[in-house]
Design a protein around this ligand. Structure first.
Ligand code: SF4
Length: 377
């Protein structure tokens, strides 16, 4: 496979994820289970014999969803309903919506009302991850989810199946971390846009196939990078508006680390194989970089964020806050203040493909790049 050709299955999956799911379903006769980001344990869906496929609402345009959900809802939730209303998600047999904020809690009820013939699940993630009872609670919730999914697929629940699925996902996470490392080392070939296509497609394609495609990538290809790139750290949810990473690549910003649910945050931590497989997934969940919307001691939240930024070597931070996301809005001022005290410049972008154009963002991002590039040696 030549270099360019090797990237093709990832792009095809991102462009038409439900076609990929349909082909899998026709081939295997299995169930396809959608899940809304973040933090639904895909391994549990996989071990039940189903295909997990992430549904990202951001970037979806349309007006049908507004008959069911207020107009001041984030693009992620609004776009998911829109995709459902226009039958883009008909191939799904079920949908899992995690509890991360009031929007997702309400979204589950709206979803159930709009799509009553699907097997829909609300995953009640703990809001306080540092409470002593969080692990026990989450274990019960993940076990309930595993039972429910096995009821949907008809496959008996088996710890060995789950352990095998966890091992597969850990291998995939390692390969994706490797790609991210290449993005830092060879950004002219392993552009942020390309690497995030790998990440995005991983959450939509059969993971065994995705891992095989990744092995065929041109890992040894060398490149000269003529551009001086400025390292940045990004915090947000999903890469919205579409094209934002291409913009970073073109103007010479290099994402050295991010906390996006579809980005590095999702692969930074492996689950491992030490003990009961549900316990393994619980430990992984509790050790993830806290998502906006989870509650933690404010000082611990801020100091942890600052440490990650300083450890990344970034010259500046971009907050890619989803428009109408209250949770992100609450966190940001404290983070910005801590960055300012540490002498690290930051830029807050309220992003959404609904009403915020890439051109509006471009001007601000270019100005930010110029400002932080002055600090480069
Ligand atoms: S946390 Fe924010 S972006 Fe995520 S679903 Fe809730 S409102 Fe939307």
């Amino acid at each position: 496979m030549n270099g360019e050709h090797a990237w093709k299955p990832f792009r095809e999956t991102v462009d038409a994820p439900m076609e990929r799911a349909r082909a899998w379903k026709e081939q295997t006769g299995g169930k396809v289970i959608g899940h809304l980001l973040p933090d639904v344990p895909e391994e549990i869906i996989h071990a039940a014999g189903a295909l997990p496929t992430a549904v990202e609402g951001a970037g979806t345009q349309g007006t049908q969803a507004q008959a069911h959900i207020p107009g001041y809802t984030c693009s992620h939730a609004m776009g998911a309903i829109e995709q459902g209303m226009r039958h883009d998600l008909d191939i799904l047999d079920g949908m899992i919506i995690p509890y991360v904020c009031d929007t997702t809690r309400n979204l589950f009820h709206i979803w159930n009302h709009c799509f009553p013939n699907k097997s829909n699940e609300f995953l009640r993630l703990p809001k306080r991850l540092d409470y002593p009872g969080a692990a026990e609670y989450l274990k019960a919730e993940f076990s309930r989810l595993a039972d429910s999914l096995c009821n949907i697929t008809g496959r008996p629940r088996d710890d060995e199946d789950l352990a095998a699925s966890i091992a597969l996902y850990d291998r995939s996470r390692a390969a994706l971390r490797n790609a991210y490392r290449k993005q830092r080392e060879q950004p002219a070939v392993w552009t942020s846009e390309r690497v995030q296509t790998l990440f995005k497609s991983a959450a939509k394609a059969p993971r065994e196939d995705h891992l095989r495609w990744m092995e065929a990538l041109p890992w040894d290809e060398q490149s000269q990078d003529a551009m001086q790139r400025v390292p940045i750290y990004v915090r947000g949810k999903v890469w919205d508006p579409p094209g934002i990473l291409d913009l970073f690549d073109k103007i010479g910003l290099l994402v050295v680390e991010d906390e996006m649910t579809t980005g590095y945050r999702g692969v930074a931590t492996d689950a491992g194989s030490d003990g009961d497989p549900i316990d393994v997934l619980v430990r992984r969940h509790l050790s993830l970089t806290p998502y906006t919307g989870y509650h933690q001691q404010p000082d611990k939240l801020v100091s942890g964020f600052l440490e990650r930024v300083q450890g990344s070597g970034a010259q500046g931070v971009i907050f890619l806050n989803p428009k109408f996301c209250e949770a992100a809005g609450f966190d940001t001022p404290d983070f910005q203040k801590a960055l300012e005290n540490a002498g690290i410049p930051s830029l807050v972008l309220e992003s959404s493909s609904r009403g915020v154009s890439l051109e509006q963002i471009r001007v601000r991002v270019e100005a930010f790049r110029e400002m932080i590039a002055e600090d480069l040696p």
